[in-house]
Structure formats: structure tokens, C-alpha cells
Design a protein around this ligand. Structure first.
Ligand code: UTP
Length: 295
């Protein structure tokens, strides 16, 4: 019997965003603009491109602008249409029609595991994707598509993994693995934010997960871990005792926009790829690079 199709995704976006203060005092970091789109719109589009039809975004009291962004904006749509700017009006309208979007609030930011646990009733008994709301993946990296293919073949949870320098592993969930095929590895152990000396590898979990619904049972049993938060890595560790788990490895294309330096990289890289801005921006960057003695 072939496994159930992956139709649903969860986007946790209820964290405090303390690394992006003071900006994130009043505006969610998931609403940071990358050129002219908020980060979370890239994330929703990535899910839709991978064939997802139903998306649940986990928000909070402080993040109402995320819901507003994916709602209709009739006044502006009408004004644009009245001025003959039909393409622009359609662009604004289409954001509300990207997928069936749902929202649930996490009353307290108790951790990523807790945020994902908020999706239990909505997801029911189906496999589902998790895409972190502050992580952009370049479409060419094809990470979630590859993860869905792996799920279809192996019918088990799949997590995105990328090699990082050993000294950086303490910022991530870390996986011990054995090789399965070119891109796939089997996960044998997971540790949240290990010290480099004790880390079982330099493969880090990178913001994309595909879970069987069994993960909800494990999240419900998970106690607060590193940082006092209910960590998804801990729930995944328990899941490993019950089910096989694969890692989908990739090398580039990820921007952790919740981190200032990676946000800047995302803006530059994605602006350079734009048909309407790329050439002019490239020339500006060239001038700056010369002035800074970089070329
Ligand atoms: P992060 O750890 O990057 O987010 O979580 P954070 O806690 O907001 O960040 P800092 O460390 O304070 O700067 C990754 C994703 O999970 C969501 C965040 O919104 C982010 O998109 N998250 C995190 C939740 O939805 N709930 C939580 O309790 C924690």
C-alpha cells in the first residue's frame, strides 16, 4: 500500500524573535521584507510549489499582521483595478488564494515542539510538513520536494540536514546518521544544541521536517529541555525509538532570516535574482565592493 499523500503543512511563527530586536518588538520577524515580500510569504510559496494545499500557521497575540498579510485587501485591489493596474491588483489578490490558510495561536512561546503540537487536531492522522516561518529555502534547492519523494518511497519521517562547521553545531539540532543513498541518510540519534566536543556529527537540522502523525504522541510526552523550551528535537529523539527516520541532505540555498547576518545575505541574493531590480542592484553592489576594496 502506498503511503498517504502529504497535503498539509504547518508553519510555526509564534516565537519571540529576540535575535532581531529591536525590530521584532512590534513587527514579527517573519514579516521582515526580503525585497518586497515578507519572509513568511516565501515560506508559504515554497510549500505550495511542493504541492501542499492546506497550511496552518502558528501565530500569537503579537503577530496579527501575519494573518492580515494573507487576507484580501479590497480597497487597494479596487484602487489598483480602477487605475487599470490589473496585474498589480491580481498580485495582491493572489496572496490570499495561495492555499487554504488556517491560523492557530500559541498562547505562550513554550518552544518549537509545543508550537508544532498546536497543529494536532488540524493535521489529524496524516503525514505533514513543517517549514519554519523565518527560514527561506531557495526554490532551486528543491528541499521539501526531495523530502516528499523520500517519504513516498520510505513512508517514514524525514528531516532536512546540512553540514555546518563543527564549532557552529551547538546552535542546532544535530543528527548521527548512516548513509542510505546519494542524498538520504538514516538518522540513529538526535541531540539538541550539543557542545562541539560531544556532537555526534556536523549535520545540523535545517528548518524543514516531514512527520508522520506519531510525532504528536511524542510531543505530548516531551518535557521542557534546552532553554526550558519543549524542543522538537527531543520529541524526534523519542520518535526514533518507535519509527525509522531519514535525513535529506543538502548543501546550500537556506537563509535563516531570524539571524541578522543571514537576513542580509537573503536580501542581497534574492534581490540579485530579480528581473526588475537585479541588474541595477548588481551595479550598485559592484560600486560598493570597489569602494570597500573587495574587488
Ligand atoms: P527560533 O528559535 O528561530 O525562533 O524558532 P525564536 O524563538 O522566535 O527566536 P529567537 O531565538 O528569540 O530570536 C524557529 C521558528 O519557530 C517559531 C518561530 O517563530 C520561528 O519561526 N517558534 C519558536 C514558535 O512558533 N513557537 C515557539 O515557542 C518557538
Amino acid at each position: 500500500m502506498s503511503p498517504k499523500p502529504v497535503r498539509k503543512a504547518v508553519i510555526p511563527a509564534a516565537g519571540l524573535g529576540t535575535r532581531f530586536l529591536p525590530f521584532s518588538k512590534a513587527v514579527p520577524k517573519e514579516m521582515l521584507p526580503v525585497v518586497d515580500q515578507p519572509v513568511i510569504q516565501y515560506v508559504v510559496e515554497e510549500a505550495v510549489d511542493a504541492g501542499i494545499e492546506d497550511i496552518l500557521i502558528v501565530t500569537s497575540r503579537y503577530k496579527k499582521s501575519i494573518e492580515d498579510h494573507f487576507d484580501r485587501l479590497l480597497e487597494i485591489e479596487k484602487q489598483l483595478a480602477d487605475k487599470g493596474k490589473e496585474a498589480e491588483a491580481e498580485q495582491i489578490r493572489s496572496i490570499a488564494e495561495l492555499a487554504q490558510l488556517h491560523f492557530v495561536r500559541q498562547g505562550q512561546p513554550l518552544g518549537l515542539g509545543h508550537a508544532i503540537g498546536m497543529a494536532r487536531n488540524h493535521i489529524g492522522d496524516e503525514p505533514f510538513l513543517v517549514l519554519l516561518g523565518d527560514d527561506i529555502m531557495h526554490p532551486e534547492a528543491g528541499v521539501v520536494k526531495g523530502m516528499i519523494e523520500a517519504y513516498q518511497e520510505h513512508a517514514c519521517s524525514v528531516v532536512a540536514l546540512m553540514e555546518v562547521p563543527k564549532q557552529d553545531i551547538s546552535s542546532y539540532g544535530c543528527a548521527a546518521v548512516s548513509e542510505v543513498s546519494d542524498r538520504l541518510v538514516e538518522v540513529s540519534e538526535l541531540v539538541e544544541k550539543p557542545a562541539p566536543e560531544v556532537a555526534p556529527s556536523n549535520l545540523a537540522i535545517m528548518g524543514r521536517y516531514l512527520f508522520t502523525p506519531t510525532i504528536f504522541e511524542e510531543i505530548a510526552q516531551t518535557k521542557p529541555g534546552v532553554g526550558g523550551e519543549i524542543q522538537i528535537t527531543d520529541a524526534m529523539s523519542s520518535l526514533l525509538g518507535r519509527e525509522k527516520m531519514l535525513g535529506y541532505t543538502f548543501a546550500e540555498g537556506r537563509f535563516d532570516t531570524g539571524k541578522k547576518i543571514d537576513y542580509l545575505r537573503a536580501v542581497v541574493e534574492l534581490a540579485l535574482e530579480r528581473d526588475d531590480l537585479g541588474d541595477e542592484f548588481r551595479s550598485i553592489l559592484g560600486t560598493i565592493a570597489k569602494r570597500e576594496g573587495l574587488t
